[in-house]
Design a protein around this ligand. Sequence first.
Ligand code: FMN
Length: 211
Amino acid sequence: MKIADYRREYTQSGLYRADLDTNPFQQFDRWFTQAIKSDYPDANAMTLATVSATGKPTQRTVLLKGYDSKGFVFFTNYDSGKGHDIAENDQVSLLFSWLQVERQIEISGTAVKLSSADSAEYFHSRPESSQLGAWASHQSQSIESREDLLKQLNEVTERFSGDTIPLPEHWGGYLVVPNTVEFWQGREGRLHDRFEYTLSDKEWHMKRLQP
Ligand SMILES: Cc1cc2nc3c(=O)[nH]c(=O)nc-3n(C[C@H](O)[C@H](O)[C@H](O)COP(=O)(O)O)c2cc1C
């Protein structure tokens, strides 16, 4: 089969203004709750796009670990590629692709570091192996071999043996405070439904976009 002929119609559902909550966080909660209940694999996986100070864009998957009316939370290594980008340019974008239900959500906004108290609370809720992994891995730096990585893990395992593992200074969360949120539902003949919420004067305004 030619890749140019590889296509499908999106027919499962439609999206109308009347279906949507006037608040994008409430609308996100509706779709996210449906996604979790439907057991989509990795429903909380999202693509995070950042842009460096020189304008170089980078994307990678991270996991959503919380949301409320302030924004969307993920955790990472602050010394990673994404951490450096955000330190230079706090404008980021998040993308959820739930293609099994022909849906996409795109969120754009400002990334703000969580307090170390909030990061510590989540850090200590993680399995011990993940806590040690956060100490052992200098995320996004090169390493000669997997053996060297395991050596770093052994070192931190010995160092913290029998103790509470502290929150590393280089590790924690970001809250993405959105200024734009778009909900996309696939439709027949590529006439998809799109609704974009934008924040202006502290109020959310919603408009339909052409597909
Ligand atoms: C399903 C999945 C979930 C991931 N979740 C996270 C995460 O929550 N935090 C994180 O730092 N990296 C996560 N990663 C790894 C990132 O995609 C990425 O490789 C890493 O953070 C380094 O990215 P950077 O060099 O752009 O900073 C995940 C990868 C996948 C495939």
